[in-house]
Write a protein that binds this ligand. Structure first.
Ligand SMILES: Nc1nc2c(ncn2[C@@H]2O[C@H](COP(=O)(O)OP(=O)(O)OP(=O)(O)O)[C@@H](O)[C@H]2O)c(=O)[nH]1
Ligand SMILES: [Mg+2]
Length: 407
C-alpha cells in the first residue's frame, strides 16, 4: 500500500514538473527576439499569459517530452534558469547594453561560413590544378568554375591566362607550390592594395556621416546595425538615422539594433520625407557631439527612377551639413550578376565609396567580390557572413583567399 502511494506521489510530482516545463518552454518562445525582426514590428512588452485558443495558432516545433523522459526534478531546476541566456530577453523593460566583440580577426573566425564557396571555388580550383595532365578540357573546367562562382568573364580570362603561364614555367607541380601560386593570383585579383577603410571620421570637427543604400532586402538595416555595434565597440558614440519611411517597422528594426548598444535612433513619421529625417539625424549628431551618424535608407529598385531621384535628394540634403564621409552600397551576394547592374545604377545616382557584400555565407558565388569591384572600381569593404549581430567582417583579400583554399 505504501509502495503504491509512493508511486502515485512520484507520478503526480513528475507530471507537475513536466507541465511546468512545457509552459516555460512556450513562454520562452514568446519573449521578444534577441535578433531584430526583419519585417514585423518590435514587441517590447513582456509576454502575456497564454490565452484560450493560442494553442491552435502556435504549433510547437519540439516534440513534447513524456513523463519517462524527464530527469530528476533537482537536475531540471538547475537547467531551467540557464535557458535564459540573454539579459535583454530576461529584462525587456530595461535592456542591458551589449558589448560587441572586436572586429579584428572576424573574417578568420567566420571563415567556415564560406563553406560553399570554399568547396566549389577554392577547393575546386585546387583539385583541377592538381591533375596530372592540364589539358584544354581541364583549363576549360577551371574557367567554368570561376564563371560559376561569379568571378566575371574578363577577370576569369585574366586569371586563367596567368595560371597557365605560371604552371608552364613551374613544370612539375607540388600541391604546396600550386596552393601558393593560386593564392597569390587570387589575392592579386582581389586588389590587395585598395583602401578598404570604412571612413567614419570627418576631416573637420563634426561627426563622420555614413549613408547605407541598396535595393530591397539586401541587408542595409542589418548592416547599419552591425556597423553601429562595431563603432560602439571601438568606443565611439553613434546616432542612427532611420531614413526608411516606407514602413514604420523599418525604423523599429533599426531602433532595436541601436538600443542593444545604446545608440539613439532619429526617426520620423511613416511616409515622411526621408531627406529631412537624414538631415535631422546629422543635425542631432552635431548637436550632441556624436562621433558618427549612420543613415539607413529605404530599399529601392534601381529601375524605379522616382525612387532613385529621391535617394539623390537625400544625399544632397544631408550634404548641406557637409560632405558625406562614406556611402556604402549593400549588395546581396546571392543575386549574382543582377548585383552588378544594381551597382552601376546606384553609382550613377550617389557616389558609392564602398561596397558591403552580404549573405556570403551559404552561397557558392564568392567570386562576386572580384566582379563587383571591377564593375565599380570601388572596393568591397565589409562582408556579411550571417544574420548574427557580429557577423560582419572587414574584408581582407588574404584572409578571404585562405578561407577559400585552406591554408
Ligand atoms: N545569411 C545572411 N543573412 C543576412 C545577412 N545580412 C542580412 N541578412 C538577412 O537579410 C534579411 C534582410 O535584411 P535587412 O537588413 O532587413 O535588409 P534591408 O536591405 O534593410 O531590407 P529593406 O529595408 O526592406 O530594403 C534579414 O533577414 C537579415 O537577417 C548576411 O550577411 N547573411
Ligand atoms: Mg531596411
Amino acid at each position: 500500500m505504501e509502495l503504491i502511494l509512493a508511486v502515485v506521489i512520484a507520478l503526480v510530482v513528475a507530471v507537475a514538473v513536466t507541465s511546468g516545463l512545457v509552459i516555460s518552454g512556450r513562454k520562452k518562445k514568446q519573449l521578444p527576439p534577441a535578433e531584430p525582426p526583419s519585417t514585423t514590428p518590435t514587441i517590447t512588452a513582456p509576454p502575456a499569459e497564454p490565452h484560450v485558443g493560442e494553442e491552435a495558432e502556435t504549433p510547437r516545433e519540439e516534440p513534447r517530452r513524456t513523463v519517462e523522459e524527464v530527469a530528476l526534478p533537482a537536475e531540471e531546476a538547475v537547467e531551467t534558469p540557464a535557458a535564459v541566456e540573454d539579459p535583454v530577453v530576461a529584462e525587456p523593460a530595461a535592456p542591458a547594453i551589449e558589448i560587441p566583440e572586436p572586429t579584428a580577426g572576424r573574417l578568420v573566425r567566420l571563415r567556415a561560413r564560406l563553406a560553399r564557396s570554399q568547396n566549389s571555388l577554392g577547393k575546386g580550383l585546387l583539385t583541377l590544378l592538381s591533375r596530372e595532365h592540364l589539358d584544354e578540357d581541364t583549363w576549360e573546367e577551371i574557367e567554368e568554375t570561376l564563371l560559376t562562382a561569379d568571378v566575371g568573364v574578363a577577370p576569369t580570362q585574366e586569371l586563367v591566362e596567368r595560371l597557365r603561364e605560371r604552371v608552364r614555367v613551374l613544370g612539375t607541380r607540388t600541391p604546396e607550390e600550386l596552393r601558393a601560386l593560386l593564392r597569390e593570383e587570387l589575392v592579386t585579383l582581389l586588389g590587395p592594395d585598395l583602401d578598404r577603410t570604412v571612413h567614419t571620421e570627418s576631416p573637420s570637427d563634426v561627426p563622420g556621416v555614413v549613408m547605407v543604400v541598396g535595393v530591397n532586402g539586401t541587408g542595409k538595416t542589418t548592416t547599419t546595425g552591425k556597423l553601429a555595434r562595431v563603432l560602439v565597440a571601438d568606443g565611439k558614440s553613434v546616432v542612427l538615422g532611420a531614413a526608411d519611411t516606407f514602413r514604420a517597422a523599418a525604423a523599429d528594426q533599426l531602433q532595436t539594433w541601436g538600443e542593444r548598444v545604446g545608440a539613439r535612433t532619429i526617426r520620423g513619421p511613416e511616409g515622411g520625407d526621408p531627406a529631412s529625417i537624414a538631415f535631422d539625424a546629422v543635425k542631432e549628431g552635431i548637436a550632441e557631439g556624436a562621433d558618427v551618424v549612420l543613415i539607413d535608407t529605404a530599399g529601392r529598385l534601381h529601375t524605379k527612377t522616382g525612387l532613385m531621384d529621391e535617394l539623390g535628394k537625400v544625399k544632397r540634403v544631408v550634404e548641406k551639413h557637409g560632405p558625406l564621409d562614406e556611402i556604402l552600397l549593400v549588395l546581396d551576394a546571392t543575386t549574382g550578376q543582377n548585383g552588378l547592374i544594381q551597382a552601376r545604377v546606384f553609382a550613377e545616382v550617389v557616389d558609392i565609396t564602398g561596397i558591403v557584400l552580404t549573405k556570403l555565407d551559404g552561397t557558392a558565388k564568392g567570386g562576386i567580390v572580384v566582379a563587383v569591384q571591377r564593375e565599380l572600381g570601388v572596393p568591397v569593404k565589409l562582408v556579411g557572413l550571417g544574420e548574427g549581430p557580429d557577423d560582419l567582417a572587414p574584408f581582407e583579400p588574404g584572409a578571404f583567399v585562405d578561407a577559400l583554399i585552406g591554408d
